[in-house]
Design a binder for this molecule. Structure first.
Ligand code: NAP
Length: 305
């Protein structure tokens, strides 16, 4: 029998992965927050994925972190701010050859997780797939996309990429995962905070062209200075392309704030500002953007970290 996929966090991306792996006949186990959530899941009878308007349910077995079985393959599908503590709870169960796949957006959480599990292999992912919860244990597959996977410390591709192939999860192994993560972080920093502060869809930023261009300049400088020149390449042109292509959409940060949910600011704009400080790069507009966003979140009573 092939190695089971343990999925930590049965939210949008966790469900999107777990249901596709289970549908392909691969062994999957969900790890939910606590026994209350476990009872709720068992009452629901499985995870439901809605794809092209069709709902299908997979009765993926579930457990809590306290379950005794060892874990060799762990997909970490929590938010960036939950990943470190969630993995710390599960760390005693990890086998010596355990591999973790980290789906978190932004940067910072991957290193924090790796520090919790120094003997495990940590593989980072950057995904353009989109999914959202429209009920408990029920997720809508909203945007087909692609997932890049890589391990900055070891270019050898893992054998379980075959499982992703079997599950029809579009993916590619890359030696440049850090460049991908930094590029996505920079796009996010140039777009998402401004959509919150200007209370607009992505397309609304065409009216703030100069502000966007100034931020892109500072972000490109940061990327160059922290050893990621490839992530800086034509950044402004791509930001403008994304703004046009997603003009009708609300950014993920906008949606988090509108739904009074905690944002991942510390792993996006917050991380960029922290790295700028570490490298002693003066980026006044980026820092001012961070201060404005933190002030805005606080004024709404939302966490600013
Ligand atoms: P989400 O829907 O909020 O799901 C997170 C899940 O983690 C929740 O089900 C939560 O449990 C669970 N969780 C938190 N702490 C846990 C713990 N200690 N033990 C077990 N489960 C725990 O988040 P998401 O949208 O899937 O996002 C996950 C990551 O993927 C984020 O970094 C996000 O930026 C990134 N991402 C998301 C998308 C997307 O389209 N959704 C696309 C690209 C990247 P409860 O259900 O009990 O709250």
């Amino acid at each position: 029998m092939s190695t089971p996929w343990h999925v930590l966090g049965a939210g949008s991306l966790g469900t999107l992965w777990a249901t596709r792996l289970a549908r392909a006949g691969l062994p999957v186990r969900l790890i939910v927050r606590d026994s209350t959530r476990l009872r709720s899941y068992e009452a629901a009878g499985g995870l439901t994925l809605v794809e092209n308007g069709q709902a299908s349910t997979q009765a993926v077995p579930a457990e809590t972190a306290d379950h005794p079985a060892p874990i060799r393959r762990l997909l970490v599908a929590c938010k960036a701010y939950d990943a470190e503590s969630a993995v710390a709870r599960i760390a005693p169960r990890l086998a010596v050859d355990a591999e973790l796949i980290l789906l978190q957006n932004g940067l910072g959480s991957q290193d924090a997780v790796a520090a919790q599990v120094p003997h495990a292999r940590c593989i980072s992912a950057s995904s353009t797939e989109g999914a959202f919860r429209d009920g408990d244990w029920r997720v809508v597959f909203a945007g087909h996309g692609f997932t890049w996977l890589g391990d900055a410390a070891n270019p050898l591709a893992p054998i379980w990429l075959d499982d992703l192939q079997a599950a029809n999860i579009p993916h590619e192994w890359t030696a440049d995962i850090l460049t991908r993560l930094w590029r996505k972080l920079a796009l996010n920093c140039a777009i998402n905070p401004l959509t919150v502060l200007h209370d607009c869809r992505n397309g609304g930023l065409t009216e703030h062209h100069c502000e966007v261009a100034t931020l892109c300049g500072e972000l490109a400088e940061l990327l160059e200075r922290c050893g990621q020149p490839a992530a800086a390449d034509n950044l402004q042109a791509e930001v403008e392309r994304v703004i046009q292509a997603t003009a009708a959409n609300y950014s993920s940060m906008y949606q988090d704030v509108a739904n009074q949910r905690r944002t991942e600011i510390s792993y996006l704009l917050g991380h960029a500002c922290k790295v700028a400080e570490r490298h002693q790069v003066n980026l006044p507009h980026l820092q001012q953007l961070q201060q404005r966003l933190v002030g805005h979140l606080r004024s709404l009573g939302l966490p600013s970290d």
